[in-house]
Design a protein around this ligand. Structure first.
Ligand code: UTP
Length: 294
């Protein structure tokens, strides 16, 4: 059974939902509580047993690449200031995984970003974690990527995560048309990128965590731009599903679209509440604020 040891984290998009977009601060570098969004994503991959992480960075996104470089000055300072917890998080990633960065010169779409990782992925299966989505599990249960990796290793079939959305939100996501096999585990029959609710009966959306059989790379090499003139990963997943099969599974973790204004604020509030240093005070503040909002 193939083992999944590599992951691609696309983070080269333009990020037009925030200003100043990529000009100075890429959205993946915006901080949630005490770490950049991209750090949470890399942490998830490392906890899922991934050893080689390919960051797809774009023009104007040096900050992402620089963040994962060693910074002796910063590490020394964190140690001196007694900020061991933060230091531990940074060094753990460096010890457990190689973070490699590849440049996607033009943001030609998510499919193109994934294909840009080919020189490092080679012939192996791999995970994809979108660089602006955070998922956070509870009570030490395996994270979303770890669950997908396990499914891939058990079934030898590509597996993606899905979540139920409301009808009004269908047009914001890639949507999977599925057949439930066991509770929370599905066979995918087809996929459609950002459909109108009338174009599909399905309400199962793709939140940005995938594990792929390497054959998706051959399909991506042939892919042409479609929706918004971009090479859509969803189109190639549809071909993969028809030719080689594709499974999907739900998850219990919280998921935040941190590349979106509301999702970004929610992630800060909810992860702030879980933070041992801040949680109690933030809760007090939110309760007081809620009173004044009544
Ligand atoms: P999004 O769908 O959030 O697109 O991409 P975007 O272009 O970054 O952002 P908005 O919608 O304009 O705000 C999901 C993830 O895929 C990456 C993005 O950086 C983001 O982390 N991506 C997208 C790429 O790496 N390359 C692309 O060509 C497109």
């Amino acid at each position: 059974m193939s083992k999944v040891k590599k992951a691609i984290i696309p983070a080269a998009g333009l990020g037009t939902r925030f200003l100043p977009a990529t000009k100075t601060v890429p959205k993946e570098m915006l901080t949630i509580v005490d770490a950049p969004i991209i750090f949470y994503v890399v942490e998830e991959a490392v906890k899922a047993g991934i050893e080689d992480i390919v960051l797809i960075a774009g023009r104007g996104k040096h900050a992402i690449e620089d963040f994962f470089d060693t910074s002796y000055e910063l590490e020394d300072r964190l140690a001196k200031d007694g900020k061991e917890k933060l230091l531990e998080r940074v060094t753990k990633i460096r010890e457990m995984a190689n973070v490699i960065s590849i440049r996607q010169k033009h943001a030609l779409g998510l499919g193109h970003a994934v294909l840009s990782g080919l020189p490092i992925i080679g012939k192996e299966p791999f995970a994809v974690l979108l660089g602006d989505e955070i998922t956070m599990g509870f009570h030490n249960e395996p994270n979303v990527t770890a669950q997908l990796v396990r499914s891939f290793e058990e079934t030898n079939t590509s597996t993606i995560s899905v979540m139920k959305v409301e009808e009004k939100d269908v047009s914001k996501y890639g949507i999977a048309e599925v057949e439930e096999k066991t509770t929370g585990f599905f066979k995918v029959n087809s996929l459609i990128e950002k459909p109108k609710p009338s174009e599909t009966q399905s309400r199962w959306a793709l939140p940005g965590r995938y594990v792929f059989d390497n054959r998706i790379m051959d399909i991506l090499k042939e892919a042409k731009p479609t929706l918004n003139g971009e090479i859509q990963l969803t189109d190639s997943m549809k071909v993969l599903c028809q030719r080689h099969g594709l499974n999907a599974m739900t998850f219990t973790a919280q998921r935040y679209d941190a590349g979106d204004k509301l999702g970004y604020l929610q992630a800060n509030i909810e992860l702030g509440l879980q933070n041992p240093e801040l949680g109690a005070e933030l809760k007090k503040y939110i309760l007081q604020l809620a009173q004044s909002l009544k």
